[in-house]
Each structure stands twice: as C-alpha cells, then as structure tokens.
Design a protein around this ligand. Structure first.
Ligand SMILES: [Zn+2]
Length: 406
C-alpha cells in the first residue's frame, strides 16, 4: 500500500497544473506569465535566457511584446528554468538537445506545444498556445468566398489529396483542422497523425508520432483501420509522400501540409521526393499556400495617397489588441483546384504558376490592400517579390483571379 500511495503522489505531482499551482516564487512567476498570455490572447510565449536575465515575451497579433525581464541571481534563474521544464514534462537532466512536448493546463483552459532548445546562455523556450474552447471553423479562418467554396467542395469529395503549404506560423494547421470540423465525423472514420497532437478534435482518432511509430508506420496503421479521411500532420520523406498519394488513389480523402513557399512548390517537392508523377497528377484535389498578415482597424486606418490604407494610430476599437491600429490576422491564400494532369506530367514551375493558380499570393495581397483590409505597405512588399520573380523568369499570361496587375 505504501508503494501504491507513493506511486500515486508521484503521478499527481507530475501534472502540469500541480507544478504551476505550487505556492512558491518559482511557480507563481510562471503562473502569472501563462495567465497574462491567456488574458491578452497571445499566440505564443517566448522565454529566452541572456547573460544576466530571462526575458519573457508574448506574440500578440503577430508581434512580440516584452512582458517581463527577470533579473535574479544565476541560482534562482536555474531553478526557474528547471521549474518550467517540470511544467512541460521535459527531461530535467537533458540540456544539450531540443525537446518538444504538448501539455494541457486546466488553469487557462488551454493546451500548449512547448519546445526547448539549448542556447549560449542556457535553454530557451517557445510555447504555442492552443485554446481548447476555440476549435477553428472555416468561417473564422476568414477565407475569401471563392476559396472557401472550393475548399468545401474539395473536402466533400470521397477521395483525393488536399495539401496546404506555408512557413511556420502561417496558420496552415489551423486551416486543416477547420476543414476537419466541416466533415461529418460521426458518419466518417477520421484519423489524424500528428507530432505533437496540438488540439483535441471531437470524434476523431488522433495518433501521436513516437520514436517507434514513425510517419510511414502511422500511415500504414491508419490504412488498416478502415479510414475515410486521414490527416497527416506533415509530409517530409519519400515513403510518407508516396503512402499519402496511394491512400488518396485508393478511395480516401487525405489532408496534409508541406513546407514550401508556394503552390507550385508542392508539386515540385512531391516530384523531388520521388513520388510517381502519374500518382500526383491523378490525385491532387486542392492545393494551397498561405501567409498570415495584420488586419487593419477599419475605424482608424489612414488613407494612403497612392491607394489603399496604412496602419492607424489606434482607437477604442483596436486598443485592446495592444498593437495600435490592428484588429486581428488576415490570411493571404493562393490555390489551385484539380490542376491539369499535363501541368504535372510535364511540370514547369513558371508555366504551372501562370496557368494553374486560381488566386496568387500577390494578387490576393493587392486585392486585400485595395479593399483596406491590410496595409498598402504589405502589398508593396509582395509587389517587390513579384518583380524579382518576373525578372528571374517572365511568367506568361498570369491568371490572377481577382485583380489584373499591370
Ligand atoms: Zn482603431
């Protein structure tokens, strides 16, 4: 019995909430940080060590704001860092390699994806905040009407491959989770393979990648469970890319993400990973690339003499965001629906861009800036990139979908 009790007390002490609820300086420090992050609607918490301090910053609407600079003795800072590692269930005795874990805090009703990496002055942490009460929906992804309509069409197909690409923090995982919410998860067997499982999605079987359960093994295991829909968190290698496309070929709807800059990069990467071109050509259903940018406050934005609007100085409508003149984040999306088989069998990046895109990142940035949704300066940056790309390889007859840019 003694053993059982001590086992239970160890298990209890391991909960993240138990660690953060301890009534000492160390837990109280982190409790305040997590509560402030929750209250200010931050998307991430950054905790970095410097020579004489620990700096705590929150990412709010895309920008980092310092909320605390901890100037304690090295011994106290070490204990603070160890307390943070216990909170995340990281190995305390490992400090020379990265660790990555997802955990839940009932205190803030949120789930976190914590990553720790070694640095010159000690370990640094980043926490992505996944708010449990805010399961994403297609409507709150703020996609333009035509893109939303085509995405909804795609996710109602019985088979095919849907892929969203973009850099870290572009909102691609959120868009994919939102698409899952649109699928009838009671009538269909939906399986996700993730690393780590960020958000708990009701009525879905979620599989966590482990050192033993690799991406390829997890896809094969999912295929044995009579799935209708499989979400593969990320495709990184030949085997999982081929398995994903084969699953799409054999009557399953497969959703995934890739790390590429744009939509043509998805085709390029799949070919580069050695997937059979015919398999790609037959199964690409909806492929898109996205970025997130700051959305202007319509109440205080300032008219730009050259067209569009600039960020305003803040007003009652937007000051609660802590970033004056900004009220949220707006996705910029380019996509292709059922790209032509020929454009993949004889893939050419420039020709693909000019013939297969229904919207481009550039045309969407321009449209959103002319509508005053995003800053004119933002669209100018896209224009510069476009000019650069044009100088490299002149596109033919770019079909922008919304706006013709001269
Ligand atoms: Zn405002």
């Amino acid at each position: 019995m003694v053993m059982k009790d001590s086992y239970l007390s160890i298990a209890k002490a391991n909960s993240s909430d138990d660690v953060i609820e301890k009534k000492d300086f160390f837990s109280m420090t982190w409790k305040k940080v997590f509560e402030e992050a929750n209250g200010s609607k931050a998307s991430d918490i950054h905790i970095q060590q410097f020579e004489d301090s620990i700096r705590v910053r929150l990412r709010i609407l895309g920008e980092l704001c310092i909320i605390q600079e901890i100037l304690e003795t090295p011994e106290i800072r070490t204990t603070l860092i160890n307390r943070l590692k216990s909170l995340c269930h990281f190995e305390l005795n490992v400090n020379d390699e990265a660790q990555d874990r997802a955990f839940t805090l009932k205190l803030t009703n949120s789930r976190y994806r914590g990553v720790v990496t070694p640095g010159v002055f000690g370990e640094n942490f980043v926490f992505r905040i996944i708010r449990e009460e805010e399961l994403p929906t297609i409507k709150n992804c703020l996609l333009p009407e035509n893109i939303e309509k085509d995405l909804l069409y795609a996710i109602n197909r019985k088979q095919g491959f849907i892929c969203i690409t973009g850099p870290t923090g572009s909102g691609k995982s959120t868009t994919l989770q939102a698409t899952l919410m649109e699928i009838s998860r009671i009538k269909k067997n939906v399986i996700t393979i993730e690393d780590p499982v960020e958000r708990i999605i009701p009525d879905v079987v979620q599989q966590q990648i482990t050192p033993k359960l690799t991406w390829a093994k997890a896809i094969k295991a999912a295929m044995r469970q009579d799935p209708d829909v499989i979400l593969i968190g990320e495709i990184r290698d030949h085997e999982s890319a081929s398995l994903a496309l084969e699953a799409a070929q054999t009557g399953h709807l497969v959703l995934s993400t890739l790390h590429t800059n744009d939509v043509s990069g998805i085709v390029d990467r799949l070919i580069g990973l050695g997937v059979d071109r015919k398999l790609i050509a037959d199964n690409l259903l909806f492929i898109s690339a996205q970025r997130l940018t700051q959305k202007l406050c319509p109440n205080c934005r300032i008219k730009n003499p050259c067209g569009g609007f600039d960020i305003g100085n803040g007003c009652n409508d937007c000051s609660h965001s802590k970033i004056k003149g900004i009220i949220g984040r707006q996705p910029i999306v380019e996509y292709s629906l059922h790209p032509d088989s020929d454009s993949i069998m004889n893939f050419d990046k420039i020709r693909f861009k000019s013939t297969q895109l229904k919207t481009s990142l550039f045309s969407e940035a321009k449209r959103l800036s002319l509508e005053g949704v995003i800053a004119a300066e933002e669209a100018d940056q896209w224009e510069k990139k476009q000019v650069w790309q044009t100088n490299q390889n002149p596109p033919q007859n770019l079909n922008h979908g919304h706006v013709n840019i001269q």
